[in-house]
Ligand binder design. Structure first.
Ligand code: MN9
Length: 299
């Protein structure tokens, strides 16, 4: 179990219909597509899943549908972080009851909580989850950076199996690896996947992997084989893709790329805007170039 969590996982995209409702059929197809592409796990209800724009019932529905469709083929991590701690605890218990492999939560955000308050938050969630727990560190979105010492304290809490490290501070990642040889460290920014793996990450979780999984798996294998030149060549191709997709509206673009490949990728929830015709054309170009370029890299 702990072994299989050391994996390349997609932060699962969640398709919505034009009226804003959850597209369950599209979600099922998105899970299937990820697995068909070789993804090794799914991180459900993360930032990429537009988690903070869902009702509690919708969060549960996404968790249960992903579980049903994945059917034990790949490990699943439920992100349950919420400023409503009762909701977060309820979701953690729910995830366990339906067979999730691990529970994760973003550090409490928006208010500038004291570190002691964060520790209490995690203690409460860990108790409700009774599963391996993954701390989700994404200071650029939470507005709260943490020191190496503070991250170490969170990693030392009982049941904490690892951290999703969505920061470009490679020194901090390397230091955590040094301190915690047995914890799982997921690289969180796809742009620095090869660097994060070289600094000691033993997994990766990313939004763009919904589309790019085969290339990311090659990066992981290249790093594991000591083929740094090959890993970098593939990372260049991945980053051409990511740079283009981010500039085009990341989640909308990724969803449209699913749709281009026969999966109902759907739309994002407002206030995310739909893609214009121009941006759809740009997304087609980015995807086409990515496929050609990744096929041409011989690494
Ligand atoms: O899960 C993702 N973070 C967010 C991590 O979406 C906020 C990343 O995969 C980024 O989307 C990706 C593109 O910037 O690195």
């Amino acid at each position: 179990m702990m072994k299989q969590l050391r994996a390349v996982m997609s932060a699962l995209l969640v398709p919505f219909r034009e009226d804003g409702s959850l597209d369950e059929e599209g979600l099922a197809q998105t899970v299937e597509f990820n697995i068909a592409q070789g993804i090794e796990g799914l991180y459900v209800n993360g930032s990429t899943g537009e988690n903070h724009m869902l009702s509690t019932d919708e969060k549960k529905r996404v968790l249960s549908l992903a579980r049903e469709v994945a059917g034990g083929r790949v490990p699943l991590i439920a992100q349950v972080g919420s400023l409503d701690v009762r909701e977060a605890r309820g979701l953690a218990g729910y995830a366990r009851s339906i067979g999730y492999d691990a529970v994760s939560s973003v550090t409490p955000f928006y208010y500038q909580f004291a570190f002691e308050e964060m520790v209490e938050y995690y203690r409460a969630l860990i108790e409700s989850a009774s599963l391996p727990f993954i701390v989700y560190f994404i200071p650029a979105l939470t507005g709260k950076n943490l020191s190496k010492q503070q991250l170490a304290e969170l990693l030392e809490l009982p049941s904490v199996a690892g951290i999703k490290f969505t920061s470009d501070n490679m020194f901090q990642l390397e230091r955590l690896r040094r301190l915690f040889p047995d914890k799982i460290i997921y690289n969180g920014y796809d742009e620095i996947c090869a660097s994060g793996l070289m600094a000691g990450a033993d997994g990766a979780i990313g939004s763009t992997f919904n589309i790019t999984a085969p290339v990311v798996l090659r990066i992981r294998d290249a790093v594991a084989a000591g083929n740094t030149a090959g890993a970098l060549a593939l990372q260049h191709v991945l980053n051409d893709f990511i740079e283009g997709a981010v500039a085009n509206g990341l989640y909308q673009t990724l969803k449209y790329m699913l749709t281009l490949q026969g999966v109902s990728g759907g739309l994002c929830r407002p206030p995310f805007l739909p893609l214009t015709e121009e941006r759809m054309a740009r997304a087609r170009d980015i995807l086409g170039q990515f496929k050609a370029a990744s096929g041409a890299v011989n690494a």
